[in-house]
Design a protein around this ligand. Structure first.
Ligand SMILES: Cc1cc2nc3c(=O)[nH]c(=O)nc-3n(C[C@H](O)[C@H](O)[C@H](O)COP(=O)(O)O)c2cc1C
Length: 359
């Protein structure tokens, strides 16, 4: 079989590898999927202004995130239940991500425990945190992430309620047999809560029963008080909120629409990013995700001020196609495309990427 030559081909070819319900869960967005469709288009529509006759013989894609050097400014985003794509699950994603010299952000909703995934590689890793109504559960997840060597906590703040993903609802999404939210097992049988029924998403009822919809900025302060790990707030789209996060002690912000899975018709990451970068003014690092499918998309996000980007679905496609090797190949494709894009725009280093690159 010929390997896919780009991420679009990974998307198309991976579809047949996934059970219909899983495909609906991975691919879907909220409601009319306006935000989902708009995300890749928004990057695509930005036009580049290259510079010529620059020595680009030694392109350098490396940068730092929260003080850690990464070889590629692309991280793997927290996505729930990776074992639905491939039996090797989050550990395979961790190994592939670290093979490319970058960072995996592991989801609270992973299908392998954070301890197990930590043992899979020695590379740097972050843990994505959802806040449970039971604060002891949240605090214990934080302690476990610290003990297992995670270098940052990525607090996701855009899910006070699960967006209504109609494909997920139609498919009656539930956790397939043998797959559970491994991180939560020690607090009771959480897998049961992902049971589905016709015309419902098992995840929506789980979120409604377990996660804390009363979360406010106070909780960021609480989190700050219980950990010394840097906090990255994920799911910020308003510049005022970004400033609030920084003032509350966040070291990083992920500008994100949650892959178009939460509020449909929300402002795109592409449009939200520049005002947030301006408002944060270097006081924290700003990352971006949503619809990144090409090296030029990465380039544009960095040019608009993102320190690095995250990819979600693309690595799930790679995982579904060929486990660890598939994820590695997806990242290699992005790396190679980014290298060519940097050379063709006369920007051989990440530091040389500025807003003047985008028309
Ligand atoms: C199947 C799936 C599961 C996700 N699960 C989580 C999660 O558990 N925590 C989280 O913060 N974001 C989650 N996200 C959002 C991703 O972290 C990321 O923001 C998004 O996928 C980026 O858009 P992209 O898929 O277009 O790259 C999920 C996304 C997908 C597609």
């Amino acid at each position: 079989m010929n390997l896919p030559v780009n991420l679009h081909e990974y998307e198309a070819q991976s579809r047949s590898r996934l059970a219909a319900m899983v495909e609906a869960y991975y691919a879907g967005g909220a409601n009319d999927e306006v935000t989902l469709r708009e995300a890749p288009r928004a990057w695509e529509e930005l036009r580049l202004v290259p510079r010529v006759l620059v020595d680009v013989s030694a392109p350098d894609l490396s940068t730092t995130v929260l003080g850690t050097r990464i070889a590629l400014p692309v991280m793997t985003a927290p996505c729930a239940l990776n074992r639905m794509a491939h039996a090797d699950g989050e550990s395979a994603v961790a190994r592939a991500t670290h093979a490319l010299g970058t960072i995996q952000v592991l989801s609270t909703m992973a299908s392998e425990s954070l301890e197990q995934v930590a043992r899979a590689t020695s590379g740097p890793k972050w843990f994505q945190l959802y806040c449970y109504k039971d604060r002891d559960v949240t605090a214990d997840l934080v302690r476990r992430a610290e003990a297992a060597g995670y270098a940052a906590l990525c607090l996701t703040v855009d899910v006070p309620v699960l967006g209504r993903r109609e494909r997920e609802v139609r498919a009656g999404f539930h956790a397939p047999p043998g797959i559970s939210i491994a991180n939560l097992e020690k607090y009771g049988n959480q897998a049961e809560k992902l049971g589905g029924a016709p015309q419902t998403s098992g995840l929506a009822s789980y979120v409604a029963s377990r996660w804390d919809a009363s979360l406010t900025w106070d909780r960021v302060a609480w989190l700050r008080s219980i950990t010394t790990l840097p906090i990255v707030v994920k799911g910020v789209l308003a510049a005022d909120d970004a400033v609030r996060a920084v003032e509350g002690g966040a070291h990083g912000i992920v500008v994100s629409t949650h892959g178009g899975r939460q509020l449909d018709t929300v402002i795109s990451t592409t449009r939200a990013l520049p005002p947030i970068v301006d408002a944060v003014a270097g006081r924290a690092e700003v990352y971006a995700d949503g619809g990144i499918r090409r090296g030029t998309d990465v380039l544009k996000a960095l040019a608009l001020g993102a320190r690095a980007v995250l990819i979600g679905r693309p690595y799930l496609w790679g995982l579904a196609m060929d486990g660890e090797a598939g994820v590695r190949h997806v990242l290699e494709l992005l790396r190679d495309e980014l290298t060519v894009a940097m050379m063709l725009t006369g920007r051989p280093t990440v530091a040389s990427l500025g807003r003047d690159l985008v028309a």
